[in-house]
Design a protein around this ligand. Structure first.
Ligand code: GAR
Length: 189
């Protein structure tokens, strides 16, 4: 049995999509979902889907071993950042080498780094009149948005696209590719 722990900061539509993908797979268990936002919509999704979800604060993440201890107890095969907006501290990265993956809603190294997340990215993509954008699934290392790339997928943009329609296109790409990439990672070792 492979165990996944998910991290999310907001809506959690990727979390929901991943839970659905694995719900009939007896070899994969979603151990829990962790969120740094108390009122994140992801908690409603998890209670509806009967998946355990826990909130943690800045102190327990950055200034103590509390989150690390929870993770160690969960014994995850893979830690998946699915719309998680905080930088992962080094103690976690060291404890789970090559076991933490992130999805970024742009074609890294473009539109990466501090402040580049969610709608900020789609607004910048629109302002720069890009003709395509996409997603990057990558390992998480100590440098923000710079870990080894596992998969990228692209989507064409039209002049009439807005940040909102770009976000929709990106979400569609994420829903299509992220669960499959996770599944491959779990079973390739
Ligand atoms: C997703 O598009 C994800 O790629 C992005 O946040 C969104 C969360 O949507 N992540 C980042 O920007 C990380 N830097 P969701 O909560 O509906 O899954």
């Amino acid at each position: 049995m492979k165990r996944i722990v998910l991290f999310a900061s907001g809506s959690g539509s990727n979390v929901e999509n991943i839970i659905h993908h694995f719900k009939d797979n007896p070899q994969v268990h979603i151990a829990c979902v962790l969120s740094n936002k108390k009122d994140a919509k992801v908690f409603d999704r998890c209670s509806r889907l009967h998946v355990s979800a826990f909130y943690f604060n800045r102190h327990s993440f950055y200034e103590s071993e509390a989150v690390l201890d929870v993770l160690k107890a969960m014994k995850p095969d893979l830690i998946v950042l699915a719309g998680f907006l905080w930088k992962v501290p080094e103690n976690l990265i060291k404890a789970f080498p090559d076991q933490i993956v992130n999805i970024h809603p742009a074609l890294l190294p473009k539109y990466g780094g501090k402040g580049m997340y969610g709608m900020n990215i789609h607004k910048a993509v629109k302002e720069n009149a890009e003709t395509e954008t996409g997603i990057t699934i990558h390992y998480v290392n100590e440098h923000y948005d710079e870990g080894t790339i596992i998969k990228q997928a692209t989507v064409a943009l039209a002049p009439q696209d807005t940040p909102d329609t770009i976000a929709e296109k990106i979400h569609a790409l994420e829903y299509k590719h992220f669960p499959k990439v996770i599944e491959n990672l779990l079973f390739e070792h």
